[in-house]
Design a protein. Structure first.
Lengths: 693, 169
């Protein structure tokens, strides 16, 4: 007799965490689909989401705790019980704490919606050192948003479903995709919404846009300044909105005077009239217009200013808190409800400051992973000797893995907690296998938005190997490490009940749909009473936060270096079928895109004698790699491009082992090259040589 | 022809290959064969846009399926009730006649069983009143499982709407 059950949960194949419905038969997952009750999902799932089934039944993933036997990265492991692995960790942590104090322990978390647990854990250990991956992602965007509006990037949503015009600077919405966003944009397009897409190469998003403008790499900020110039000069902005909400508008007006479209044409290669057109088209339908301010915008040393300029363009359109524009995400309180109780409640604040609170040459914010490497390397301001990497793989996401290994070798303990053999796990002392997203429940999270909801990821089947759920791993660790009193949990239900206690909701309220909606209707602030959480309560063109670190709020544009003949800026990005470096070994996703190629402009290729499909040598300093060329007119001549996440060096992942090239190996010497204000890594400063092999 | 048809809305398709994976996970298809395919065409410059098309290629479930005529064992069959063309695995001898016969290369070789597998519109789902996996979970809601009759209605209306939108929109 087969017993079929359904569980509402959240996908875990990428960080979007789409709501899903999971079917199990006799305790085994047999079918995953998008949650039918969530608008924009209604069954839909991307390739990665469906391939979650193949991931679940894969054996090429950690199956038990492992303790390193050989040198770091050598790949010699001893299978261990949980007890042994935890004891191994505890013994080393005790020594580190005795010698350097608790502050020598850091936890680097991928980040996301469930970080209340990990933040509570590191706090319970008495360390202030919690980090996420944002330096290689949205840090510049987040800081740009905060300095203008007081709200972070995650607190500002895009109302694609109701918009009329979308301007995307390299935001490849149809390949670096989120299911709901894709459907909202396509629905808007069916109702007449137009898209202008600006990028250094023609992506699928370019193909589906109404206007594609190929831009010279590193000159987005020039075009953004020129757009502001046109909008202000031609008085295309929402005058009432600007008068009411802008602080320092005259400064902005006089600053952008110098940046004419004709000037920008010389920088960007985009004709001046096209820039003027974008400004006018946007203004025609304002406020139902969106200038996407960037998702992953760790690219150049001026990406912070580019993103800030994009947010300013939105504000000039008066589209903040307007239908079809940018809407401040609402939480439980905005919906008149009580929020979830934090697991960190009652845990005393650590005595020490986070390691990069007072570092020289400070960028905005703290908890930068790039700064953690500096601290590990120099021991300043204090030694960091233990690092927990949770669901996080800096060895493929930060530049220069060889340099990283040298730095990380200063650690006395490196622990990876992951569902995959990540490159970082492979270099670790201990790997603790986490149960997959189908095998685990997580703490309840809130998804803020126009209509905030509580969401639940719920275990659909028991772990197939000797893996444990994240909440249990951190609970066990806390007990071993002398912080058990803050982690009294015996089951996930106990945690859920504790979290839900102030809200009045019960676990059963999640049974029917997997989530609890906190508001029936979208919550919008009144047009004449939008609250900005900056010191002035306004949109701050000039921000004290920026001034305080010795930088300018309005920074002059600087022309990026043009690569020499035969050299190119190395760009990287996503395909719709892979998540960063996590899925290349998945049988079904590997079948569709097994390796990456090097996009190169056809005219440049011709100069170098390279034909489509040829093997080419890519090099920087003394490092080189070989890859097949994809020769196309649809990439800017100054850049080459490859998909990120290939070139796996872990032999246990046999399908992806040695396939393609790893872009971050070519980001030599860039580990400390960041946007000097936003702090995001300037990945595209990598200049490589290309030759026919 | 089967009474069903899978309509692909090209304006919505984003070429994400999800349909292929939905199909493979549902039908437990090994590496190699693919019961449906997305075949990219382009990019080609059209009015300044580097246009790509992603052509969805399932089985068309012909009224007069050549694969069925070519099959010497009666393994390849057409369902009387709705015209779905499918392989009865117990009868297939792996002779590959159907691969030769089908103009679109729909029948697929299963290297694990040495037999043919092919798109059957997920007939077990259809029999439960559900839609094929590729349609049910299509990322962008581009694929629609409709009757052949609806398909031509939709196609004609769409053609006029798109053409006029281009000319006068």
């Amino acid at each position: 007799m087969s017993e079929t059950t359904y569980v509402y949960s959240m996908c875990g194949m990428c960080a979007v965490r789409c709501p899903i419905r999971v079917e199990t038969k006799n305790g085994m997952v047999t079918w995953i689909e998008g949650n039918p009750y969530v608008a924009g999902m209604e069954g839909s799932l991307c390739a990665k989401g469906s391939a979650g089934l193949a991931f679940e039944y894969d054996y090429e993933r950690p199956q038990s705790p492992l303790i390193r036997e050989g040198a770091r990265g050598e790949g010699k492991w001893k299978k261990a019980s949980w007890e042994e692995a935890l004891d191994y960790i505890a013994e080393r942590i005790d020594k580190i704490k005795a010698q350097y104090g608790a502050k020598a322990i850091a936890l680097a978390d991928r980040g996301g919606l469930f970080t209340d647990l990990t933040k509570a854990f590191i706090k319970a250990l008495g360390s202030p050192n919690y980090l996420d991956h944002d330096d290689t992602c949205a840090k510049n965007v987040n800081m740009a948003a905060q300095t203008l509006f007081g709200y972070g990037r995650g607190d500002i949503g895009y109302d694609f479903a109701n918009t009329k015009y979308i301007v995307l600077f390299g935001r490849n919405v149809f390949e670096s995709l989120q299911v709901r966003e894709v459907n909202n944009i396509l629905d808007a397009m069916e109702k007449g919404c137009k898209i202008t897409y600006i990028d250094i190469r023609a992506t699928v998003t370019a193909s589906k846009s109404h206007k594609f403008l190929m831009i010279r790499p590193g000159t987005d900020y020039a075009m953004i300044l020129a757009l502001m110039h046109v909008i202000i000069k031609e008085k295309l902005y929402d005058i009432e909105f600007v008068n009411r909400y802008f602080k320092d508008f005259p400064e902005l007006e006089s600053f952008v005077t110098q940046y004419t479209p004709e000037w920008a044409e010389k920088e960007t290669g985009i004709p001046a009239f096209e820039i003027v057109n974008v400004a006018r088209e946007a203004a025609t339908v304002k406020p139902k217009v969106i200038f996407h301010a960037g998702w992953m915008l760790a690219r150049y040393i001026d990406s912070f200013y580019a993103s800030r300029g994009l947010y300013l363009l939105n504000a000039l359109m008066g589209n903040i808190e307007a239908k079809g524009g940018l809407i401040i995400a609402k939480g439980a309180k905005d919906a008149g409800k009580k929020g979830l109780r934090s697991l960190a409640e009652g845990i005393p604040e650590p005595q020490d400051k986070i390691f990069d609170a007072d570092m020289p040459n400070r960028t905005l914010g703290t908890g930068h992973i790039v700064n953690l490497y500096k601290a590990i390397k120099t021991g300043e301001p204090y030694p960091i000797k233990a690092l927990f990497a949770y669901r996080y793989d800096p060895m493929v996401s930060l530049p220069d893995p060889d340099e990283q290994k040298k730095v990380l070798d200063n650690l006395d303990l490196l622990v990876s907690i992951d569902v995959n053999y990540s490159e970082t796990a492979w270099f670790s002392d201990v790997i603790l296998p986490e149960a997959t997203y189908l095998e685990r429940s997580n703490i309840i999270c809130i998804q803020k938005g126009q209509k905030p909801s509580f969401f639940m990821r719920r275990q659909a089947m028991k772990p197939r190997y000797n893996a444990k759920e994240g909440w249990e791993i951190f609970t066990l660790l806390a007990h071993k490490l002398g912080a058990g009193q803050y982690f009294p949990w015996k089951s996930i239900e106990e945690i859920w009940n504790y979290q839900l206690e102030p809200t009045g909701y019960k676990i059963e309220d999640f049974d029917a749909k997997g989530f609890v909606s906190l508001s029936k209707d979208p919550i919008l602030m009144p047009r004449d009473a939008i609250k900005f959480t900056t010191p002035s309560g306004k949109i701050e063109v000039i921000s004290d936060k920026i001034t305080k670190i010795g930088a300018k709020s309005l920074a002059e544009y600087q022309t990026p270096k043009k690569p020499d003949e035969g050299s190119f800026r190395l760009a990287f990005g996503r395909t719709a079928v892979h998540t960063h470096a996590q899925t290349q070994n998945n049988i079904y996703l590997n079948e569709i895109v097994p390796e990456n190629h090097l996009w190169i402009n056809e005219k440049e290729a011709e100069k170098l004698g390279i034909k489509n499909g040829d093997t080419v040598k890519v090099s920087i300093d003394d490092y080189k790699g070989f890859i097949r060329a994809y020769v196309t007119p649809y990439i800017h001549p100054e850049a080459v491009f490859m998909y990120h996440g290939f070139g796996n060096e872990i032999p246990l992942k046999t399908r992806s082992f040695g396939k393609g090239l790893k872009d971050n190996k070519f980001q030599k010497g860039l580990l400390e090259t960041v946007d000097p204000v936003g702090g995001g890594v300037a990945f595209l400063n990598a200049i490589v040589k290309v030759k026919k092999a | 022809m089967s009474i069903y048809y899978i309509y692909q809305d090209h304006l919505r398709c984003i070429g994400c290959y999800a349909c292929e994976v939905h199909c493979k996970t549902k039908n437990n298809v090994p590496i190699g064969p693919r019961l449906c395919r997305i075949i990219p065409v382009g990019p080609k410059m059209v009015s300044g846009i580097p246009v790509m098309h992603f052509i969805f290629m399932p089985c068309f479930h012909c009224e007069e399926p050549w694969c069925v005529s070519a099959c010497p064992t009666g393994s390849m069959q057409k369902r009387a009730k709705d015209g779905i063309v499918f392989v009865e695995q117990s009868l297939c001898i792996g002779c590959k006649s159907c691969i030769t016969a089908c103009p679109w290369g729909v029948p697929q070789w299963n290297p694990e069983t040495g037999k043919i597998i092919k798109c059957d519109y997920c007939k077990d789902r259809v029999d439960q009143g559900l839609k094929p996996a590729c349609v049910t979970k299509c990322t962008a809601k581009s694929l629609k499982f409709i009757s052949a009759h609806e398909a031509s209605l939709l196609k004609r209306e769409r053609f006029v709407r798109d053409t006029y939108a281009l000319l006068y929109g």
